[in-house]
Design a binder for this molecule. Structure first.
Ligand code: HEM
Length: 138
């Protein structure tokens, strides 16, 4: 006979306190995946509108594209957003590879440990990127 579960109401926001590793992995994977999609569209919008020829500009002047990128990279907030993007992308890739192994039936009994490993590795990669991302910005 089919079993039924009381999953609680959608409105029971306090349920997150009972979440275990698997649920956090699921939430973080979806969240990071959709953030990457959002970034992709923003990225295309910004770069595709940063091209164009200014007929009045002298040949020695910096073009619109370079100006846009230099302007963006000159903002500290952009540097921090880039660090956030790296964190999101690295986690999604590492956890995604972990999920692909799980789909193949590999590492089924170490799923919590492999999720924590992808979190730790993400943190280490993010931390080691800080000098590169913040170089010249502070
Ligand atoms: C090497 C790179 C990547 C790997 C290994 C990877 C892996 C995965 C896997 C395995 C899933 C399915 C998770 C599940 O079983 O529910 C997934 C979901 C998803 N990925 Fe990726 N992914 C990668 C890159 C990306 C990129 C670049 C984007 C966005 C531009 C992206 C967006 C998404 C989204 C939105 C979902 C969730 C779809 C849903 O709501 O079910 N992924 N990814």
């Amino acid at each position: 006979m089919a079993q039924s579960y009381d999953r609680g109401a959608v409105e029971s926001f306090g349920r997150w306190r009972e979440f275990q590793a698997g649920m956090w992995a699921w939430i973080l994977h979806k969240l990071t995946g959709w953030i990457l999609v959002g970034y992709l569209f923003t990225h295309i919008a910004v770069l595709s509108t940063a091209v164009g020829v200014d007929p009045g500009a002298a040949a020695t002047e910096v073009d619109t594209y370079t100006q846009t990128l230099q302007g963006l990279e000159g903002l500290l907030i952009v540097r921090f957003l880039e660090i956030g993007l790296l964190t999101v992308a690295v986690f999604h890739i590492l956890n995604g590879i972990r999920l692909l192994f799980v789909d193949l039936g590999l590492g089924l009994d170490v799923q919590d440990a492999s999720f924590y490993a992808s979190l730790i590795l993400t943190a280490l990669i993010t931390l080691s990127s800080l000098p590169t991302f913040l170089g010249g910005a502070l």
